[in-house]
Design a protein around this ligand. Sequence first.
Ligand SMILES: Cc1cc2nc3c(=O)[nH]c(=O)nc-3n(C[C@H](O)[C@H](O)[C@H](O)COP(=O)(O)OP(=O)(O)OC[C@H]3O[C@@H](n4cnc5c(N)ncnc54)[C@H](O)[C@@H]3O)c2cc1C
Length: 446
Amino acid sequence: MSRRVAVIGAGWSGLACALELVAGGHAVTLFDAAPQPGGRARAVTVRLGDRHFELDNGQHLLIGAYRCTLALMRRIGVDVDDALLRLPFELRYPDGFLLRARRLPVPLHLAAGLLRANGLSWADRRQVLAFVLRWQRRRWRIAADAPASTLFDGASAEAVRRLWRPLCLAALNAELHQASAQVLLNVLRDSLAAQARSADLLVPRRDLTQVFAGPALQALAARGADVRLRCPVQQLSAAGSRWHIVSRGETSTADAVVLALPPPRAAALLASAQHAALAPAIRLLGAIAMAPIATVYLRFAPTLRLPWAASTLLDDPGQGRFGQWVFDRGRLDPVNAGVLAVVVSAAGPAVAVEPPVLAASVARQLSADLGLPQPLASAVLTEQRATIVPAPGLQRPPARLALASLYLAGDAADGDYPSTLEGSVRAGLAAARAVEADLRPDRGGR
Ligand SMILES: Cc1cc2nc3c(=O)[nH]c(=O)nc-3n(C[C@H](O)[C@H](O)[C@H](O)COP(=O)(O)OP(=O)(O)OC[C@H]3O[C@@H](n4cnc5c(N)ncnc54)[C@H](O)[C@@H]3O)c2cc1C
């Protein structure tokens, strides 16, 4: 007999979890507080002057690690090559600096890229290669976690400014001194030092709802999942070997519950269960800090085109230069011709200024670096709790919580990765597999 599993949260993690469970023959009820799925990675309608555009709540970039995400997209019929633009791993700046990995076996891909790099001294090139080879020998494991900045004690200021800090900001949404060395090493292992094609950068061409959340919801509906949007879950309580889930005054029952929520929300819902066994997990979740990301959308004439789809920018918040990456959304999809997305990660300093001031500063930065005209319109989208801060030694609760049939997914759950799409998908799949193992008829529940 199939068991009912409640998945709370229809972000990428909850969707991945629900898809895995229905594929395993389980009955699934998927709850989300929002009117649409996708959570922190979804389409939003953005007004830019006299036009509306379907863009994203935040411009995303997939750096290296995305194996499970792509496999899941393919499983639900997404044309991955249409949905995502694949670029060789590269860091390019408007002033001509370029480091691009070649499509060769590891570590030749990087060695060849460094040989042809533009803007790095020979000493820096040797040091970057030595760094990768050294950590490869150590299997990318550090004995005791420390701030990521300590990994680069011997590196030149220029290599840190152009290479290591931008990678840390883009992948971990944290400054080097705030971030875990081990988590950054995990990301470098799967990007800079990964086998040729798996190191490529992927940039969504379509909005993120088209890329995953929309097709995932359709696949779930087709397989009979009970999807409940606009249904915030307010309370959980154990009822014998089952769970009661309260949403909008109605109580549903399930054999297992997966919380695919950001850490603060997961902590609040676990607290509602009022069970002493959950106190350690609630404490760990409560200690996880979250960091903002701002995306500044600028609209120019539709004829405006950058020479590339994505480029890194040199930021300097003290000088009003907040932008770290610029994406040409028109190059990605002609329907957005003339729209640029500029990303500001670890955006503490940027969110301290008023959105119009931030947009004007970014426009000035692009004018100085790329000679762009004044934009016709702009919009600033800030996600205050975009990602966790992957601090050194940070502990997250495991997928299996201390009470039977209660599980954690998303970036609240323990894992190798920082808050990324792949990290969330993997956590969702891991929670689903734990549920399946525990609910197997021969186990009779956990
Ligand atoms: C601006 C921005 C830029 C980013 N850039 C990148 C990037 O470039 N690359 C990358 O890989 N990652 C990036 N990320 C991170 C990535 O988007 C997230 O890690 C991922 O989307 C988190 O997915 P999730 O399913 O774990 O959580 P969420 O997406 O947060 O999903 C949780 C869901 O739970 C729902 N919910 C909350 N409370 C309740 C409740 N009580 N009851 C029911 N439902 C509830 C929410 O509505 C939400 O839909 C970025 C994130 C942001 C915000």
